[in-house]
Design a binder for this molecule. Sequence first.
Ligand SMILES: N[C@@H](CCC[C@H](N)C(=O)O)C(=O)O
Length: 279
Amino acid sequence: MNTTGQPFIKMHGLGNDFVILDSRTHALALTPDRVRAVADRHTGIGCDQLIVIEPARNAVSDAWMTIYNPDGSQSGACGNATRCVAWLLMQESGADKVVIETVAGLLDAERRGPLLVAVDMGPARLDWRDIPLAQAVDTLHLPISTGALVDPVGVSMGNPHAVFFVDDVEALDLAALGPVLEHHALFPERANIEIAQVLAPGRIRMRVWERGAGITRACGSGACAVAVAAARRGLMGRAAEVVLDGGTLAIEWLADNHVLMTGPVATSFAGRLDSSLLP
Ligand SMILES: N[C@@H](CCC[C@H](N)C(=O)O)C(=O)O
């Protein structure tokens, strides 16, 4: 039995799964190669994102969170992991509120039930420079298309998203279209690609191709981007139930431009990393 390796906890939000490492008391020698090794579902632990909890960097936050994709790249936002980390920190302290900081800013989170967490994901950023895009265009109508996917909305939730509205999300080959759009020249930092279908007033179905990860069962920041995009296009109001492959998130685009996301968290198992993965 491995009793000396770095401890980890495996959690997920709606099937979007994470290996979570705690480096608040000691530094971890993570490199892109090591992130890829841990995230590998055949030879590592396997996850959609590797998350590192680090010491708080200012007086108002409880911890810093670094987000790695399985290709070794970093992201500024991960909604589902923010709920999971918030839950871990609230379990640890007994508090019902916590503030988590990422490169994108401070995120307020609070307990809404035994395994239910709400996170203020911060402001929706809608300027082309913030997404970022390679050129000055109207983010309500990005001038790109691939196959049946045309005319997306650009949104940054601290990470870049392009939201395509379609008649039937199930009918599209997202595995083929996603990587082409993720790497489109309009997105200098690549993009997360969402396809979305309005089911009813206030209810929207989405599927996601995540930057650096591929198709996942859920993407919290993507659900926020979809709700914001739908409201901007006048397809619904500012509150939405977003139905992902792994379940449903409640999203509200608040009057102050912040986006509130509420959804479940779950713990799968805990263990220690083999030293071949992280010496
Ligand atoms: N699963 C996440 C998003 C993770 C980061 C994303 N792939 C990116 O590169 O921006 C979520 O729940 O938001």
